[in-house]
Design a protein around this ligand. Structure first.
Ligand code: ZN
Length: 343
């Protein structure tokens, strides 16, 4: 990236109300068949236009073609039975009825590659594509086949690597793996989580990112955050291993959260996607709010490695609020760029 402080989002943007009901996660599609295919592409174009008009530097599909950041990927795989469901605890936080792994998992065909090609056709800007991380994938399933978290995660890493190589060939510049589970299962992260993630990026020449957050602004997450105390030090557990890994960028939550900014010091040398937009609030940040968060981060990350970003995805927000937040992110980054070039 030649641009200083290149802006991007962590992932999802709200969908238009004619495609899926707004204000909801996992919202079912309102169109079918060919209309749905066209509708998703139209929504992708709108999400892209919103990012471009706001001046976002690294753009994405806004996850318009998927219902859920983990499940939509898994739905395309063999070995998982979505009819056979068991109740499990997701990230030690809430119970959910989840599909069952009933046999060897595999990817019979590419999942997002056509969507990524479509996005690539629409813009010459750098594009980032999000995939679920292996540890977060196993956490949304009941495993009746491998009966080993590490083994199933390893199989998913192999599948993700196949998908990632094809996304790279389709012209994706940055492939991001969403691993909110890294903020919960610290022993697993250190024992095999980071190593498994590295298997997912094996052989890639494009840049790679991992996004670790405190989740969307939904009730189960907000309740969990209320139990975490005044300082959120979860990143302290995964950062030392990630600092030594071959992942290029690390995306984290910084604005309005209780994450002590100095934890960024632990990933010195990595590019840091600093979350400067709170996705759990409808209040649109001012550009100065964003600038202030970026200035604080600059004490621990070199300017050429600072990537202003959102804390997490914005799918549950209204389009008006999400667009306002994109504009604030862009304007806030511009304030700090000017300060850096003046000093
Ligand atoms: Zn997130």
């Amino acid at each position: 990236m030649k641009t200083l402080l290149p802006t991007s989002t962590a992932g999802s943007l709200p969908k238009p109300s004619w495609l899926a009901r707004p204000g909801k996660l996992w919202s079912p599609w309102l169109l079918q068949d060919e209309e749905l295919t066209e509708g998703k592409q139209d929504a992708l174009r709108l999400a892209l236009a919103d990012q471009q008009q706001a001046g976002i530097d690294i753009v994405s599909d806004g996850e318009q073609t998927r219902q859920h950041f983990v499940t939509t990927f898994i739905e395309h795989l063999d070995g998982v039975d979505f009819e056979k469901r068991e109740t499990v605890r997701i990230r030690n936080r809430y119970d959910a009825s989840v599909p069952t792994v009933i046999g060897a998992v595999s990817r019979p065909r590419p999942v997002f590659v056509e969507d990524a090609k479509f996005l690539r056709q629409q813009t010459t800007q750098p594009i980032k594509w999000a995939l679920p991380g292996p540890m977060t994938m196993i956490d949304t399933l009941y495993d009746a086949h491998y009966k080993s978290r590490e083994k199933l995660a390893g199989e998913f890493a192999r599948i993700l690597n196949e998908e990632a190589r094809e996304l790279e060939a389709a012209g994706v510049d940055i492939i991001q793996f969403d691993e909110p589970a890294f903020n919960v299962f610290f022993d697993d992260v250190n024992d095999w989580g980071v190593a498994t993630l590295e298997r997912a990026i094996e052989g890639l020449k494009c840049e790679t990112a991992v996004h670790i957050c405190y989740g969307y602004g939904i009730k189960a997450n907000t309740d969990w955050k209320n139990t975490l105390g005044s300082e959120w030090r979860q990143y302290e557990e995964s950062f030392p291993k990630l600092q030594k890994s071959s992942i290029d960028l690390i995306s984290l939550e910084c604005h309005n959260s209780h994450v002590p900014m100095e934890l960024i010091e632990l990933i010195r040398g990595k590019k840091v996607m600093v979350g400067a937009i709170d996705v759990a609030s409808n209040t649109i940040e001012t550009p100065e709010d964003v600038a202030e968060t970026l200035r604080k981060a600059l004490r621990f990350v070199d300017a050429d490695k600072l990537y202003p970003c959102t804390n997490c995805g914005m799918a549950p927000l209204s389009r008006r609020v999400a667009t306002g937040k994109l504009q604030a992110l862009s304007a806030g980054a511009e304030i700090v760029r000017k300060e850096l070039s003046a000093s």
